[in-house]
Design a protein around this ligand. Structure first.
Ligand code: BGC
Length: 315
């Protein structure tokens, strides 16, 4: 059996065909148009067809399409109810894609899909419970508890990007202030890196990035590796906020595995080793012999794709 998966991101639409074990057989990616939903659906259908072609298959050989989309999703209706980073409100994405591809479509929040991918075929494999976060354009979160995706009674649960770390803190795209996402998304890291560059014209951050416009999530880590003090304070502040958020989530769920994914997680142990030490100080269960393992996502950017594709398998 072959399954199509699409990970709809703020920047890219990534499509892949996977087998039952989550192995990717063909893939295709194209930029997400900053356009109305109908055009976004057109591009998604194009990416899906191209991935099928890459796999050397035809659409007739595909069982279904699973889509991970940011925002609040109603999987029963196949609707994106709300997504704050593209102008999506009550978008019938499932229907739009069914019309274009003539396949059954399963829709889920992108971070839930990524959590499912890691649970099925990555860092959470064989665990009883896992909480996963993705540090990207926003922060997504997902929880698989006792083998089942936990989404809340209305499917809008686990919006971990929008729990508040700082009351009245930095503004967030969702309309609140002080959200985890406003401190620990790649977007937030890039914003803080740019601010540090402006404050320190002699910082190695300038060499690492090239220009303000070219700053990426990895820029601060690259300049920190060269011993740059401005970069070090950007990274340390980022890690402190991240550890605070992770510790709070661990205190609530005490999952067997806590999985950190998304672009920023590519910094690997440089990011995670200090975060683990900080979390250990704040974990309420620190005296418990059984401790949550904080690990980097194993599937990288593919978690969302694989999880989306395997959605029907976990229903
Ligand atoms: C959205 C989430 C999404 C995350 C990652 C957040 O801003 O609220 O629904 O999972 O970004 O894309």
């Amino acid at each position: 059996m072959y399954y199509l998966g699409i990970d709809l991101g703020g920047i890219n639409i990534a499509a892949a065909v996977v087998d039952e074990a989550g192995k990717i057989l063909g893939r295709y990616s194209r930029p997400t148009p900053k356009a109305p939903a109908v055009q976004v659906a057109d591009e998604m259908a194009r990416a899906a067809r191209a991935a099928v072609e890459q796999a050397g298959l035809t659409l007739e050989q595909i069982a279904s399409l699973g889509v991970g989309s940011p925002g609040a999703i109603d999987p029963t209706e196949g609707t994106v109810l709300y997504w704050c980073n593209l102008d999506f409100e009550h978008v019938p994405l499932g229907k739009l894609l069914e019309d274009r591809l003539r396949l059954p479509v399963y829709l889920e929040n992108d971070a839930n899909a990524a959590a499912l991918g890691e649970y099925a075929a990555g860092a959470g494999k064989d665990s009883t419970s896992m909480v996963a976060i993705t540090l990207g354009t926003g922060i997504g979160g997902g929880a698989v508890l006792n083998g089942k995706l936990y989404t809340g009674f209305n499917y809008a649960g686990m919006e971990v990007g929008h729990f508040v770390l700082e009351y009245h803190g930095r503004p967030c795209n969702c309309g609140r202030r002080g959200c985890f996402e406003a401190y620990c998304s790649a977007t937030a890291l890039i914003r803080q890196t740019r601010a540090a560059m402006e404050a320190h014209p002699d910082s190695l951050l300038w060499t690492a990035a090239g220009s303000l416009d070219a700053v990426e999530g990895r820029t601060a880590f690259a300049a920190q590796a060269q011993g740059d003090p401005a970069a070090r304070s950007v990274v340390e502040e980022y890690q402190q906020y991240l550890a605070c958020g992770i510790a709070s989530l661990i205190n609530i769920f005490q999952p067997e595995v806590f999985c950190v994914g998304g672009g920023v997680a590519n910094a690997g142990e440089t990011l995670l080793a200090p975060v683990r030490a900080m979390v250990a100080q704040e974990d309420y269960a620190r005296n418990n012999p059984r401790q949550t393992r904080i690990v980097r996502a194993a599937l990288g950017n593919d978690a969302g794709l694989i999880g989306a594709a395997l959605l029907p398998v976990f229903r």
